[in-house]
Design a protein around this ligand. Structure first.
Ligand SMILES: Cc1ncc(C[n+]2csc(CCOP(=O)(O)OP(=O)(O)O)c2C)c(N)n1
Ligand SMILES: [Mg+2]
Length: 488
């Protein structure tokens, strides 16, 4: 059996930003004896430590370290196991900015300026006068006529969008610090960059419509009416958390707000979401379910099985692919033969939406709700971006360039877009918006302080809300220390 060299292995890890994928690939190709897996994992840990120190060092120095090769024509041609042999080529691929992101960013600058120009000319009445804004890009549709690019809004909505997104951003940045201070443990996936999806979707629906998502759930929870205290307490495993401190980052819920979690198994929430839509149709509610999943989940079989049933029974299910262009560390072009996720429903219509534009999201969700109530499922692909790494163990800069990240921040940031609109409409001054951000910072700090005072869950809560009452694990014996499983 040929063995992978240490160099081969390290390059593969660097490229994937994770040790699991390369190990799996080498195992599948028979190039890595099973007994070397642990050794590979240790190598990965050492590499991560060095990488982390390197990043902190450069952040402190505030210098750009990135040597980006923009002129590359190499096209990593692979399927899942395409770890190329040539290490120089690998380095090249590692630094290669995503072609689509770069060209889309350029396209958007023009579109954004155009929208702002329109905005400046629009009415300057502050009151309740309606304002019309144009989406940054036209919608691209599959098997359906797209909605209009003109979106109705109001001064109040614009200011609320700004505040809500700034609050979400601050919450995620604070969560990052709490994690580094070891006050949040376990898994933690941040949503900064993707805020326009949560805020735009909320603006189009009501609390009887359901939302279900994966593990990147903090901001969707806030959007559904969850509080900062419930969020931070949950993140820190405290009793006042929305899942009583027993779920953590990946398992936020707010059933009364129509928020059904918070799921750790990639893609598993989509069939559950279709189940919710089934219940809505069965009870003749005029409501719909938005089932969110990532580009990484978009190739999963269970998604298509659920979609088939939803289409067969005309369920009011809206499948929302939050395409942030990466799975854990895998760029979409390495994982999907067709990354046009809005078309992947085949017989189910779809819409591609600029997920960095809260108004485009709002318009698309309103349109999708009307469609789903009348005709059954539809897919919305939200073209979005996450600024942080996949999770806290991922620095987020090994499989994409710093230039790509800062380019998106500069050209497409969802909050900055709204800030410009607010200023263009004279709804607030720059100073007022800065003051709002300061206020938000204070609000977040206060919630954290309160969450820290919240106690840890009682040990007696260990087995509650795990199984249906009467089943599951039961303590018995004189001191109740022995456990036994009770099956239906
Ligand atoms: C069934 C399953 N396979 C693998 C994983 C490990 N895993 C967690 S997140 C993730 C990537 C998912 O990426 P994407 O769907 O694009 O969502 P994003 O993290 O970008 O929001 C993987 C492979 C998992 N949790 N569940
Ligand atoms: Mg993704």
């Amino acid at each position: 059996m040929p063995s992978a060299t240490e160099e081969d292995f390290m390059y593969a890890i660097e490229e994937a930003g994770d040790w699991r994928e390369p190990i799996l690939c080498y195992l599948q190709r028979g190039e890595l004896p099973r007994d070397k897996v642990e050794a590979g994992r240790m190598q990965y840990k050492a590499w991560r430590r060095t990488k982390y120190e390197f990043e902190i060092h450069h952040l402190k120095q505030d210098v750009s370290t990135q040597s980006v090769d923009n002129g590359g024509s190499s096209s990593g041609d692979g399927g899942d196991c395409s770890l190329e042999k040539n290490s120089r080529k690998r380095r090249h691929n590692l630094r290669r900015p995503s072609k689509s992101t770069a060209s889309m960013a350029a396209h958007r600058t023009t579109a954004l300026h155009k929208t702002l120009a329109t905005a400046v000319l629009a009415t300057r009445h502050l009151s309740t006068a309606a304002i019309t804004v144009e989406t940054s890009l036209p919608f691209t549709a599959h098997k359906i006529d797209p909605p209009s690019r003109s979106v109705e809004t109001s001064p109040q909505e614009l200011l609320t969008f700004f505040r809500d997104m700034a609050l979400m951003r601050r919450m995620e940045i604070a969560a990052d610090s709490l994690y580094k201070a070891k006050l949040i443990r376990g898994f933690c996936h941040l949503y900064d960059g993707q805020e326009a999806v949560a805020v735009g979707m909320e603006a189009a629906i009501n609390n009887k419509d359901c939302i279900i998502t994966a593990y990147r759930d903090h901001c969707l929870f806030l959007g559904r009416g969850g509080t900062l205290l419930e969020a931070f307490a949950e993140l820190m495993g405290r009793k006042d958390g929305c899942s009583k401190g027993k779920g953590g980052s990946m398992h936020f819920y707010k059933k009364e707000g129509g928020f059904y979690g918070g799921h750790g198994i990639v893609g598993a929430q989509v069939p559950l979401g279709c189940g919710l839509a089934f219940a809505q149709k069965y009870s003749k509610d005029e409501n719909v379910t938005f089932a969110l999943y990532g580009d990484g989940a978009a190739n999963q079989g269970q998604l298509f099985e659920a979609l088939n049933m939803a289409a067969l029974w005309d369920l009011p299910a809206i499948l929302v692919c939050e395409n942030n262009h990466y799975g854990m560390g895998t760029a979409e072009w390495r994982a999907a033969k067709s990354p046009a996720y809005y078309k992947r429903g085949d017989y189910v219509p779809g819409l591609k939406v600029d997920g960095m534009d809260a108004f485009a999201v709002k318009q698309a969700c309103k349109f999708a709700k009307e469609h789903a109530l009348k005709n059954g499922p539809i897919i919305l692909e939200m073209d979005t971006y996450r600024y942080h790494g996949h999770s806290m163990s991922d620095p987020g800069s090994t499989y994409r360039t710093r230039d790509e990240i800062s380019g998106v921040r500069q050209e497409r940031d969802p909050i900055e877009r709204i800030r410009k609109l607010v200023l263009a409409h004279d709804l607030a001054t720059e100073k007022e918006l800065k003051d709002t951000e300061k206020e938000i910072r204070k609000e977040v700090d206060e919630a954290i302080a309160k969450a820290k005072e919240s106690p840890l869950p009682d040990p007696s809560d260990l087995f509650t809300n795990v199984y249906v009452k009467g089943y599951g694990v039961e303590a018995f014996g004189a001191d109740r220390k022995e456990l036994r499983g009770v099956l239906p």
